[in-house]
Design a protein around this ligand. Structure first.
Ligand SMILES: Nc1nc2c(ncn2[C@@H]2O[C@H](COP(=O)(O)OP(=O)(O)OP(=O)(O)O)[C@@H](O)[C@H]2O)c(=O)[nH]1
Ligand SMILES: [Mg+2]
Length: 381
């Protein structure tokens, strides 16, 4: 007989796991609800335990007395290992939580659940510290333990989304009149600008003008001229502050003026200062910092720090379609001080852009969470 213990958040799920692993012949020996102290050692939310067994065909498998004893020994060792793993997990938790939490909260089930759920979303240490430092029901002396895994995920997901600012499209109505697109090289500044300019000119019938400061990259002006021709909007080229000022003045009757800038390395402070100087005209410009969702977290933080020299007003995140894992962007937005205005998710102009939304972020995070959960199940079950 082979005996195995399954744990899940509800009986149906546990029975499904039994059937999947041991087949329809499996017999249920015991079903019980775990004590909270026992459930603490397992996955968050798993509080139902089912013990199941299947009979061996003794002849077919030739399980002799000694083989059976060997198997028993293996189960015994497995149980010891499982116990030790739980102890190691607890020790790690204490180590991790030590710098984040008050000691009296280490053993609080809600705090522990919240922490592992947030970590399951891929939040890094900085983002976790920021979120965990907010007060919880546990800190207020109450516990909110429902045992419903999905409920907890939704609850903590909302908490992450609450910490991200959306908007900052440069004012009321259609937003700021003059906007610029700043950022590292190749992130999608020109394409994002073309998308927004096309939406304003073609879809909303606004009077639009485009100005490019990018005479550096070969074919940059030609790229802009093509967009301008398709949209039937005027295009100006400026390389100095005076030329930019003159171009902006020539289009003072436009509803929207879009300024494309040269991609700059965040490491080159000289070039960034030069860009700041060109953009320092008296008219108010809403500066978008354009960043790619495929960029690593540390590089996003670095770019933000350097481009804040301008300073910029809000973010546009591009290439969501290429980012297999959104966590760098999510961590960045949790830590970010500015709001996120737009997401782009493809190369098509103007289709592949949308106002940033918590709904999109939630979908990306849940998708990541589901993938991680599926991998976890494949490994553990
Ligand atoms: N997959 C995908 N590609 C994008 C997206 N946005 C832009 N691109 C592509 O990224 C490449 C670079 O886009 P550009 O708009 O030229 O980038 P840029 O920031 O203006 O580049 P520089 O001016 O050279 O600094 C192009 O091939 C775009 O089609 C997006 O949301 N998804
Ligand atoms: Mg460009």
């Amino acid at each position: 007989m082979r005996v195995k213990i399954f744990r899940a958040s509800n009986t149906t799920e546990a029975l499904r796991m039994v059937k999947e692993e041991m087949g329809p012949e499996a017999v249920i020996l015991r079903t019980r609800t775990l004590e909270r102290s026992e459930a603490d050692h397992g996955r968050p939310g798993d509080n139902i335990e089912v013990t199941a067994a299947v009979d061996y065909d003794l002849e077919a498998t030739s399980v002799s007395g000694s083989a059976f004893r060997r198997q028993e020994e293996l189960y015994r060792r497995w149980n010891v290992l499982e116990k030790e793993l739980c102890e190691i997990k607890d020790a790690l938790w204490m180590l991790e939580a030590g710098s984040l939490l008050k000691p009296e909260l280490y053993f609080n089930k809600e705090v522990k659940d919240r922490y592992s759920c947030l970590r399951g979303f891929g939040l890094n240490r900085s983002a976790l510290t920021r979120l965990m430092s907010r007060s919880t029901t546990a800190e207020n002396g109450a516990e909110c333990v429902t045992g419903d895994h999905d409920f907890s995920i939704r609850r903590y997901l909302l908490e992450v989304l609450d910490s991200i600012r959306i908007g900052g499209r440069g004012g009321k109505g259609d937003g700021a009149r003059i906007v610029s697109f700043l950022g590292p090289t190749g992130v999608g500044k020109t394409t994002s600008m073309a998308k927004l300019a096309a939406l304003a000119a073609v879809k909303r019938g606004k009077r639009v003008a485009m100005i490019t400061l990018d005479t550096f990259r070969i074919a940059a002006v030609a790229q802009m001229e093509t967009y301008a021709r398709i949209m039937s909007v005027p295009l100006e080229v400026a390389t100095t502050r005076e030329e930019l000022q003159a171009a902006v003045s020539r289009h003072s009757d436009c509803d929207a003026v879009f300024i494309d800038t040269i991609g700059r390395s965040p490491n080159n402070m000289e070039e960034l200062k030069e860009l700041k100087d060109i953009l320092s005209i008296p008219e108010k410009i809403h500066h978008y910092l354009v960043l790619s969702a495929t960029t690593q977290y540390e590089n996003l933080i670095h770019a933000e720090k350097r481009f804040n020299l301008l300073p910029f007003d809000s973010y546009i995140f591009t290439k969501l379609d290429e980012a297999e894992d959104p966590t760098a962007m999510i961590n960045f937005l949790v830590m970010g001080e500015k709001p996120v205005s737009f997401f782009t998710m493809g190369q098509q102009v103007p289709e592949d852009i949308e106002p940033a939304s918590k709904r999109r972020l939630a979908a990306m995070m849940l998708n990541r969470n589901r993938t991680a959960e599926a991998e976890y199940r494949r490994e553990v079950v």
